[in-house]
Design a protein. Structure first.
Length: 393
C-alpha cells in the first residue's frame, strides 16, 4: 500500500492539529485533526478492498518468427457479486505497459483488450501480470496488486530455406541415406503398442510385468547426425548496435535454418551452445554443453543470450571430442571467434565433416585447419546463399 503526497500532507496535518488542539485545548482544531485522520483511515480501508478479478490471456500465436505479427487477447472478469469495479489497470508486455480500461465493470461482466506483441527482436516476450491499482475517491492512498500469470510469447529467429543438408559419413547399410528415424539395427527404448506395430517387436517379458503391450523401439546407428554448435560467448560477438549483437542474431538465424532443414530431411540434429543457456524465464543452465530436453531447438534459440564465459569453447570442444555426438559439426560464431578456430579444427578426427559459419567479419576468414568448410556471411540470408553454393561437406 502506498500513500500519495496528498495523503502524506493530510496525515501530517491531522497529527499537528490533534497535537495542538489537545495541547492548547482548542476543540475546533481537535475536530479538524480527527476528521483529517478519519479521512486517511477511510482511504486506507477503501484502497485495501480487493476486487475479485479473473484474468485470462490468449496469445495468437504464442510462437512466431521474428517480424511476424502476434497479438495478445486479455479478458478481465469481475467475479464479485456486490459492487462494480472502478479501477486503474495496466498489462505488462515486454518492456512496455498497455493500459486496460476497467471503468464500471459490473459483477459477472467482463471486458476484453487485444493488443499487438512486439516481435521486431528475437527473444521471449513476457506478457503479464496485470497490475491493478486501487485508489480512494480522495486520492490519498493507492494500492497496486498483480492479477493473473505471466504468459511468454516466443519470438524465433528468422528461418532461411536451405536446399541442401550435409550427410557426413553416415550411410545406411544399403548404401543410401536413410531418412527413417527408427530402424532395426540397435535397441533404443520401449514404448506402448499402437495399432499397426509388428507383433515380432513386442517385448513380452516387459508387457507381462506392466500389464500392457510394450514394443521395442530401435534406431539405425548408421543414420547421419548433425551437431549444430552455436557460439553464444560475448567475447565472440563484440560489436553492439543499440545493445544488440547483430552477428549473434545472424548466427541464431543460421542455426534455426540448419535445424529446420535437417528436420525437413528427417535427419537427426542436435543443437548445442558453447556457453550457459537460458530457457525462457528460467535460471541459466550451469552446464555448457548439455541441451535442454524440455524445450525445442527453436524455443532454445529464442531464449539464447550471450554468456560471459570466454573460456568455455575449449571445454566444449573437449567434450565433443570425447562424446562424438555426430558425424557433421556445424560451428557458428562471430568475428572475434575466428582466432579460436584451431580448437574446432582439432575435432576433424572425431567429425568427418566440419562446417564453420563466421558472421559480421569485416574481411574474409584466412585459410585455417585443413578440412574445414568456412562460410563468411554478413547475416542469415547471406549464410543461406553461401550454404547452398557449397559443393563439398
Amino acid at each position: 500500500m502506498g500513500i500519495t503526497a496528498r495523503g502524506v500532507g493530510l496525515l501530517v496535518a491531522a497529527v499537528v492539529l490533534l497535537g495542538v488542539g489537545f495541547r492548547f485545548a482548542y476543540p475546533e482544531l481537535t475536530v479538524l485533526g480527527a476528521a483529517a485522520g478519519a479521512a486517511v483511515g477511510y482511504a486506507a480501508l477503501t484502497a485495501a478492498w480487493r476486487p475479485r478479478l479473473l484474468v485470462t490471456r490468449h496469445a495468437d500465436p504464442d510462437r512466431v518468427a521474428r517480424g511476424e505479427p502476434a497479438s495478445m487477447t486479455l479478458t478481465v472478469r469481475n467475479g464479485g457479486r456486490l459492487r462494480s469495479a472502478n479501477l486503474l489497470a495496466e498489462d505488462r508486455c515486454g518492456d512496455r505497459t498497455v493500459p486496460v480500461p476497467l471503468l464500471r465493470l459490473r459483477p459477472g461482466r467482463d471486458t476484453e483488450v487485444r493488443y499487438h506483441v512486439p516481435t521486431h527482436r528475437r527473444g521471449v516476450v513476457p506478457v503479464g501480470p496485470l497490475r491493478v491499482t486501487r485508489r480512494d475517491p480522495l486520492g490519498l492512498v493507492a494500492l497496486a496488486r498483480p492479477y493473473g500469470e505471466t504468459t511468454p510469447v516466443w519470438v524465433h529467429p528468422r528461418i532461411h530455406p536451405l536446399t541442401a543438408v550435409p550427410t557426413g559419413a553416415g550411410r545406411s547399410l544399403d548404401g543410401r541415406v536413410d531418412g527413417v528415424p527408427h530402424g532395426s539395427i540397435t535397441f533404443n527404448s520401449l514404448r506402448e503398442y499402437v495399432v499397426g506395430d509388428e507383433l515380432r517387436r513386442v517385448h513380452w517379458r516387459t508387457s507381462a510385468r506392466v500389464g500392457e503391450l510394450m514394443v521395442r523401439e530401435n534406431v539405425d546407428t548408421s543414420l547421419p547426425r548433425l551437431v549444430v554448435l552455436l557460439d553464444n560467448r560475448a567475447v565472440a560477438h563484440p560489436e553492439r548496435v543499440d545493445g544488440v549483437a547483430e552477428s549473434f542474431e545472424s548466427a541464431c538465424e543460421a542455426a534455426a535454418s540448419v535445424v529446420t532443414a535437417a528436420h525437413h530431411a528427417d535427419l537427426p540434429v542436435l543443437l548445442l551452445m558453447v556457453g550457459p543457456e537460458t530457457a525462457g524465464t528460467e535460471a541459466s543452465n550451469p552446464e555448457a554443453i548439455e541441451p535442454r530436453r524440455s524445450a525445442g531447438p527453436l524455443d532454445r534459440l529464442a531464449a539464447a543470450e550471450l554468456s560471459g564465459d570466454g573460456d568455455a569453447l575449449r571445454a566444449t570442444t573437449t567434450r565433443l571430442r570425447q562424446d562424438r555426438l555426430g558425424d557433421t559439426l556445424i560451428f557458428l560464431t562471430g568475428p572475434a571467434g575466428r582466432g579460436e578456430l584451431g580448437h574446432v579444427g582439432a575435432l576433424r578426427g572425431a567429425y568427418p565433416s566440419v562446417v564453420v559459419g563466421v558472421f559480421g567479419a569485416a574481411e574474409p576468414t584466412p585459410a585455417g585447419a585443413t578440412g574445414l568448410v568456412v562460410i563468411d556471411a554478413a547475416d542469415g540470408a547471406a549464410f543461406a546463399a553461401e550454404w547452398d553454393g557449397v559443393r563439398r561437406w
